[in-house]
Ligand binder design. Structure first.
Ligand SMILES: *Cc1c(COP(=O)(O)O)cnc(C)c1O
Length: 328
């Protein structure tokens, strides 16, 4: 079986970098199977490091890591009265939210994807008051933290204004002020976390930041490497073709091996290279062919290199990895 190796030292190294940069104030983002790394494996390790806050996408992810963290924020699921924190992405969901659920308002400060508009903040706070809801947090997400330009700083200015307005309202109405958070990995390493309670760090935990080249890369280390095992070795004679469509033709006699990984496991069908060397012909559902006869080969140990080859980002390469692959 193909397998994934997770490097504990690299993970701890990244945690040290994030811890220093955020002055100990960060939540780990574990959504989508911890960016393909394995939810339980990563959750246990970061919890034993001492991290108290986690962010996930669904309630079922939250349930499986319950007990490992003091605070778990669920980004997109229906709020329930269960002790988890739920992101509220528009006014209607706020109006429908159960009374005793712990809620966090997502504010749209310029990304225009999810969130309550800046012009709707006071209206939202009135709903909180009118219905006696438990407002625990207010947060936002930046659209251009990883790109050169002033957009991030324009959005941070909007964010500061949001915080002022919410604080003023809490004071006036006698509410305990909610906590505030905004920075993802790129914003943390580019601009810090300003006056927020914490940053929400995803990709940096796993060893990457998708910065434009002009920025200094933080010294992070990839945590995950993907490996495959040999299925069979054969002789391919000069002029013979291998695999679907016979796309690769042997220029001379050669020894080739098949390995037990394919696009069903989450590697891209358009992949041409592995760490070990060139893929001969097409990627099949469950196998690839390479020259040589090594037992185990490394497909990649740097998702960014693969992402560059495929015209995408490290995030996509990682989250596509099948949860069925064994993680060591
Ligand atoms: C995924 C996500 C993050 C983490 O972003 P990274 O770039 O991986 O650090 C933070 N906040 C929200 C709302 C997210 O959806």
């Amino acid at each position: 079986m193909a397998y994934i190796k997770l490097d504990r030292e690299a993970l701890r190294h990244n945690l040290d970098q994030i811890d220093r940069k955020s002055e100990g104030r960060f939540a780990v983002v574990l959504k989508d199977n911890a960016y393909g790394h394995g939810l339980m494996e990563i959750a246990q390790e970061v919890s034993s490091y001492g991290v108290k806050r986690a962010v996930v996408r669904t309630r079922s992810e939250a349930v499986s890591i319950e007990g490992l963290f003091e605070y778990i924020l669920i980004l997109s699921d229906s709020p329930q009265e269960d002790g988890f924190y739920y992101a509220i992405n528009d006014l209607q969901s706020l109006k429908n939210a159960p009374k005793k659920a712990s809620l966090e308002l997502k504010i749209d400060t310029g990304m225009h994807r999810n969130g309550i508009g800046m012009e709707e903040i006071e209206e939202a706070l009135e709903v909180v008051k009118g219905r006696g809801l438990k407002l625990k947090g207010v947060f936002t997400h930046f659209r251009s933290a990883d790109e050169l330009g002033s957009e991030l700083f324009w959005q941070i200015r909007n964010w500061k204004q949001v915080k002022e307005r919410v604080k003023k309202w809490s004071q006036k109405e006698g509410y305990e002020p909610p906590h505030f958070h905004s920075a993802n990995s790129a914003a943390l390493f580019r601009a810090g976390i300003a006056e927020d309670e914490f940053a929400r760090v995803g990709i940096a935990l796993y060893g990457y930041v998708e910065f434009d080249e002009v920025f200094d890369m933080p010294p992070l280390q990839p945590v995950l490497s993907l490996w495959a095992k040999k299925i069979a070795t054969r002789e391919l004679l000069q002029g013979q073709k291998v695999g679907y469509g016979g796309e690769f033709e042997a220029p001379s006699d050669m020894r080739i091996s098949t390995y037990d990984i394919g696009y069903a496991d989450g590697i891209f069908r358009s992949l041409k290279m592995t760490k070990e060397g060139k893929i001969l012909g097409r990627v099949s559902m469950d196998s690839i062919v390479l020259e040589g006869e090594k037992e185990d080969i490394c497909i990649f140990d740097d998702a960014k290199e693969i992402a560059r080859e495929l015209g995408t980002i490290s995030y996509e390469v990682l989250v596509k990895l099948s949860p069925a692959i064994v993680r060591h």
